[in-house]
Ligand binder design. Structure first.
Ligand SMILES: Cc1ncc(COP(=O)(O)O)c(C=O)c1O
Length: 458
């Protein structure tokens, strides 16, 4: 019987949740155009849509909120955050942003020109879209093992170094204004990147004079995976590993809504003085002054505390054990998932569960809708709805290799029995999988279409 060590916290504040009736769930999802993003949160029992901004803050963070300094410029809260950012990440300059995509927008506005290419292991959807919105081309060069859901490779988020080198040679470094890597690799299953790979990527980018930026949303989980899995790091603390990872890079953008365990916030940091000047100007235009970047002072204070809490070893052990527990229950029922389980989420292989539904009829979307109908659980499709796109030259639709449904686990929010219920619900759907049918769009915007698309059953 899988289980995990007790949560290293006790619950001080509770929020009721309710499972509405199957009839009401049917009406709710139909009214939402079969898009779980459009559901009312009140109609959801267990919300695994995302681990972003959905964590439970600690009493220290709530206390920090109360002490937030709301001065327009130079607030005490800004300096608290600055101290934490310098201590953990070590870059010369930083700005707060209201969330990760704002940091991406700003770095893309400053560095990406029409026709530029930006390689990464895998870009997350907002990073991908922000590069495309500036006329650039995001390029994903993760190792091949990432596309084999059963492969137990310990660092499936690693970049394919040979492919990266060939890509830079072919494209020309002058057309690559920055190179990236995402830790952990959300779009590829929340899989970690090894320290060895981060260093090799950094060396390669730098040998061509390309600045190296990390998409650091889940930096703490990545650091803990390195501790657990990479030889030589067992006796290092997560903060030491984080410092070593970031010492290889020229900058990073980050959604603080994940490992910094805040409900809103982001960061952009770098060493280059000239680029920082341009970033500051762009930030003031779009987000706010450099010392608050679109956030309230209290948000900066809560982030300063959360950056350290996310690196706490007891917390990280519990966090990764909780994910592994849910994975164990799903695996036991013979349902395919990306192995080994990632840090923040389980990625169920909807393609193998629903082999009779083609990419164009969205097997991941089918499973996401069924999770809601069966158990009031909200999940997120990470497949053709999110990533299929026309080839920029030929117009042919390019489908992603995997059709996944992500069960993202909010930090410090759900208990072991919630997760058991999630696994049982999935098991019930698996038993009637053969009877399920696909969906087609009734509306789809050009960029980031999964957020607002509407569907109808085929
Ligand atoms: C790897 C990664 N990068 C960037 C983002 C965007 O961050 P935000 O939602 O704060 O804009 C996310 C959000 O899920 C992410 O997972």
């Amino acid at each position: 019987m899988p289980t995990y060590d007790p949560e290293p916290f006790r619950i001080k504040v509770v929020e009721p949740i309710k499972l509405i009736s199957p009839d009401k769930r049917r009406t709710a999802i139909a009214n939402a155009g079969y898009n779980v993003f459009t559901l009312r949160a009140e109609d959801i029992f267990i919300d695994l849509l995302t681990d972003s901004g959905t964590g439970a803050m600690s009493h220290h963070q709530w206390a920090a909120l109360m002490e937030g300094d709301e001065s327009y410029a130079g607030a005490r809260s800004y300096f608290e955050l600055k101290k934490a950012v310098e201590d953990i990440f070590g870059f010369k300059h930083f700005v707060p942003t209201h969330q990760g995509r704002a940091a991406e927008n700003i770095i893309a506005a400053v560095l990406v020109k029409h026709g530029n290419h930006i390689p990464s292991n895998m870009h997350f959807d907002t990073t991908d879209a922000n590069i495309r919105a500036r006329g650039g081309r995001p390029v994903n060069l993760v190792i091949e093992e990432a596309f084999d859901p059963a492969n137990p490779h310990p660092f499936k988020g690693n970049m394919d170094i040979e492919k990266l080198q060939a890509f830079i040679e072919q494209t020309g470094p002058q057309n690559i204004p920055m190179g990236m890597i995402t830790i952990t690799n959300n779009a590829g299953g929340g899989q970690p990147v090894s320290m060895e790979n981060i260093k090799a990527v950094a060396t390669l980018y730098h040998s061509y004079g390309i600045p190296f930026f990390i998409d650091a949303a889940r930096y703490a989980e990545n650091a803990y995976f390195i501790k657990l899995r990479e030889p030589g790091y067992a006796n290092h603390t997560p903060i030491e590993i984080a410092r070593e990872m970031f010492s290889c890079a020229d900058g990073f953008c980050m959604s603080a809504k994940k490992d910094a365990i805040v409900n809103i916030g982001g960061l952009l940091a770098l060493n280059d003085d000239v680029t920082f000047q341009r970033i500051s100007n762009e930030l003031i235009l779009r987000e706010g002054f450099v010392s608050y970047g679109g956030l309230a002072g209290r948000d900066l204070s809560a982030m300063a505390v959360g950056l350290y809490e996310g690196l706490d070893e007891d917390y990280l052990a519990y966090r990764l054990n909780q994910t592994a527990y849910l994975a164990g229950l799903i695996r036991e029922q013979g349902i395919g998932l990306i192995e080994p389980p990632g840090g923040h989420a389980i990625y169920v292989d909807a393609g193998s569960l629903l082999p009779h539904i083609p990419h164009a009829e969205f097997p991941g979307q089918v499973l996401a809708v069924e999770m809601y109908l069966e158990g009031g659980i909200r999940t997120c499709e990470i497949g053709s709805v999110m990533f299929a796109h026309p080839h920029p030259d030929t117009g042919e639709i390019i489908y992603p290799k995997l059709e996944l449904v992500r069960l993202a686990i909010p930090r410090r929010v759900y208990t072991q029995s919630h997760l058991s219920y999630v696994a049982e619900t999935l098991g019930k759907i698996a038993q009637r999988a053969k009877k399920l049918k696909g969906y087609r769009f009734t509306y789809a915007p050009e960029l980031l279409r999964h957020f607002t698309a509407r569907f109808e059953p085929i």
